[in-house]
Design a protein around this ligand. Structure first.
Ligand code: ADP
Length: 191
């Protein structure tokens, strides 16, 4: 099973990614988490990524693609994977296509979580208090939303055209959203 979980910052991707990955017995690969781990370990990659992350900008495609390629090559990702936060640009879509094609597999589904704007800002401000992430200040949150709209939203159309897009309502209880994702993916598996 090769899945992508998409949605604007604050849509709940990270939370849902863990449940969905566990359900299918595949690793959840979050580019944001990998970048943050590198930042806290002070690696070269972390130092490079931090400049962009703190400003709410995307890390350059080359850096991100290289990191994902290495992660997907690891043994635990052989039966499949769930990507959270990748791809976010059209260039990353192409790169991922190449990576998957190389392994002789295909991308099964792209799940997009839809959440309304006010709810998103409220969630991110709440997360700022709980987790204290450096990029959860109001200005940076707004910048991340803008960049998502500009660079990542167009990907939804690309995957819709391929017939592998699944839109799921991301509002409400966490467990309800998880169930909606399972229902949607089960339907696909049966069709
Ligand atoms: P959010 O879900 O709030 O957007 P993430 O934890 O997924 O946050 O990502 C945090 C930051 O890491 C992003 O704002 C960006 O700087 C960087 N990042 C994560 N994934 C990518 C990617 N695919 N391409 C470029 N930058 C990325």
């Amino acid at each position: 099973m090769r899945l992508i979980l998409m949605g604007p910052p604050g849509a709940g991707k990270g939370t849902q990614a863990k449940f969905v990955a566990e359900h299918f017995g595949i690793p959840a690969i979050s580019t944001g988490d990998i970048f943050r781990a590198n930042v806290s370990e002070g690696t070269e990659l972390g130092l490079e990524a931090k400049r962009y992350m703190d400003a709410g900008e995307y890390v350059p495609d080359e850096v991100t693609n290289h990191m994902v390629r290495n992660r997907i090559d690891e043994q635990d990702a052989e039966p499949g994977f769930l990507l959270d936060g990748y791809p976010r640009t059209l260039a990353q879509v192409e790169e991922l296509d190449g990576m998957i094609r190389f392994t002789g597999h295909r991308l099964d589904s792209v799940v997009v979580l839809t959440v309304d704007e006010d709810e998103i800002v409220a969630r991110l401000l709440q997360r700022a208090q709980v987790e204290g992430r450096a990029d959860d200040t109001e200005d940076v949150i707004r910048r991340r939303q803008e960049i998502y709209a500009e660079q990542t939203e167009p990907l939804i159309g690309v995957y819709r055209d391929r017939g592998i897009l699944v839109e799921v309502d991301g509002m409400g209880e966490v467990s309800d959203v998880t169930q909606r994702i399972f229902d949607a993916l089960d339907q696909i598996a049966q069709s």
